[in-house]
Design a protein around this ligand. Sequence first.
Ligand SMILES: [Zn+2]
Length: 127
Amino acid sequence: MNSRLMVLGSKLAFRSSPRMFTTSAARLSSKDEGFPDPLDLATGIEKKEMLLRLAGNDDPYNLKSIKRGVGTKETPNEIPSAFEARIVGCVCEEDSSHVKWMWLHSGEPKRCYCGHWFKLVYKEALV
Ligand SMILES: [Zn+2]
């Protein structure tokens, strides 16, 4: 007698409880599967950098090291910069673990202690 009453009680409880959440299947069309292209999402300087990299410029900010040339006073090593001055590090000897740092100013070619000359050349900023 007691068990029958409990069953009746649980049926009543289920009927009266409202549904708490709903579900639906995610819909992806065959054309829009996957993530969007990052180039479509990028804006501003990030997009400009991505376009330069696609065009083949793998160093848009001139941050990679530059191999020294002859470096005489007549043909100095040209250092690109968008500013009036830039810090340049010269590894004077090939096996050296020491870098000689110096300020290089626009219009003032400078000679390192090892004898190589450096000259600042203007390069337009990325922005
Ligand atoms: Zn040097």
